[in-house]
Design a protein around this ligand. Structure first.
Ligand code: ADP
Ligand code: MG
Length: 378
């Protein structure tokens, strides 16, 4: 894999760089940011994450054409998409205010940055083009014709076999951007050479997505601390009553049951509301914090409870605080899990804490799977 960080001004000056990033952020999560009233450290993690590579490219005299998708566009007719929730247009304004220079928004795929004044261009949502998700060589070639170099900085999308992530690398010299490089190095550190004890903390809703990672870490990790819907699934699998709680009836926990008693630690008490388990209880928090205290490496994906309601955030916030205080090298991933560190007053001042921008991509990477976007760079 070639890294953008190894290129210099000599390589980049006057080059047009196609930069695939992940600006997949919903309108609800953008409030304030489009009006320019938000302080920089409070910007959405995904916006902050794209800045270093863009700065690097501009600083080295390149022009940047930013590529991204946003959401899963719904069709309003056989050819028209519902635009307002899915257009990338607001991001042109946001990036422009962050870089203090114009960011040109481009609809369609037939413009040429060569003939245009300006350094930064943003293409409309690639998923308005159906070929994107089909990994079409035709679209990849068309996109490639817009630039000289391709850079993948969209770790969170690298598990998708899409034209702007995978097929495009066949047509241009291709590099891993600064963010992708950081993601790979941090995840490798936690997965391939962790200082022990290694503690994996798992919760959240997408349960079957996490089983592969548990299997890949059964021999590597010392403990799995389980909460959220994940814990409910383990409890239900043991025949315990979980009422109307969120759990996955179809999750295949066979093969994990043997390790269950030894490494997989389940809640000893829970917070119940209207027949649902919505958080881990105080005894469980205490038990989990004791184990976290001794950790040298921590990986966390998935909240311990229904964090959208403040009443059920206690478990997740206690864990977040313990991680911030900890001496361990920590990798935190997943949209909701990372938001616990962002939206609360907990500041991410711990330099040994890495907030990954990947949810599904991080889980697949940690499950030991090959990600199409990363393979395409190799
Ligand atoms: P992430 O976004 O960090 O990858 P997931 O998407 O897997 O995590 O799960 C996050 C969601 O899980 C949150 O919306 C949270 O409310 C929900 N959740 C976690 N625990 C529970 C629970 N016990 N009951 C209901 N929802 C839960
Ligand atoms: Mg999520």
């Amino acid at each position: 894999m070639k890294f953008l960080s190894s290129l210099t001004k000599k390589d980049l000056q006057n080059k047009i760089c196609l930069l695939r990033v992940d600006l997949n952020i919903q309108n609800a999560d953008l409030r304030g940011q489009t009006r320019g009233t938000t302080r920089k450290q409070n910007w959405h993690l995904r916006i902050l994450a794209v800045l270093p590579t863009i700065e690097f490219l501009i600083g080295n005299g390149a022009k940047v054409v930013i590529l991204s998708h946003r959401g899963r566009p719904q069709k309003v007719s056989s050819i028209k998409y519902q635009v307002s929730s899915y257009t990338l247009k607001p991001f042109a304004k946001i990036l422009s205010s962050l870089f203090k220079k114009p960011v040109h928004f481009i609809e369609g795929t037939t413009f040429h940055a060569w003939n245009v004044e300006g350094d930064i261009f943003l293409l409309e949502n690639l998923r308005f083009l159906k070929d994107e998700e089909e990994n079409s060589g035709k679209l990849a070639k068309q996109l490639a014709s817009l630039g000289d170099i391709y850079i993948n900085d969209a770790f969170a999308v690298s598990h998708r076999k899409n034209a702007s992530v995978a097929a495009i690398t066949k047509f241009l010299p291709s590099y891993a951007g600064l963010l992708l490089e950081k993601e790979i190095k941090n995840l490798d550190k936690a997965m391939k050479s962790p200082k022990k004890p290694l503690i994996v903390i798992l919760g959240g809703a997408k349960i079957s997505d996490k089983i592969g990672m548990v299997k890949n870490f059964l021999n590597r990790a010392d403990y799995f601390l389980v909460g959220g819907g994940m814990a409910n699934t383990f409890l239900a699998a043991q025949g315990l009553p979980v009422g109307d709680s969120l759990y996955d009836k179809n999750a295949d926990l066979r093969g994990l049951i043997r390790g269950l008693t030894r490494k997989i630690v389940l809640p000893v008490d829970v917070v119940i509301y209207k027949r649902q388990i919505l958080d881990i209880g105080p005894k469980t928090i205490e038990k989990y914090l004791k184990i976290i205290e001794n950790a040298e490496t921590i990986i966390w994906n998935g909240p311990m409870g229904y964090i959208e309601d403040k009443k059920f955030r206690k478990g997740s916030e206690a864990i977040a605080k313990a991680i911030i205080k900890s001496k361990a090298f920590s990798v935190i991933g997943g949209g909701e899990t990372a938001s616990i560190f962002q939206n609360s007053k907990l500041k991410t001042q711990n330099s040994k804490l890495f907030l990954s921008t990947g949810g599904g991509a991080m889980l697949e990477y940690l499950a030991g799977k090959k990600l199409p976007g990363i393979e395409a760079l190799n």
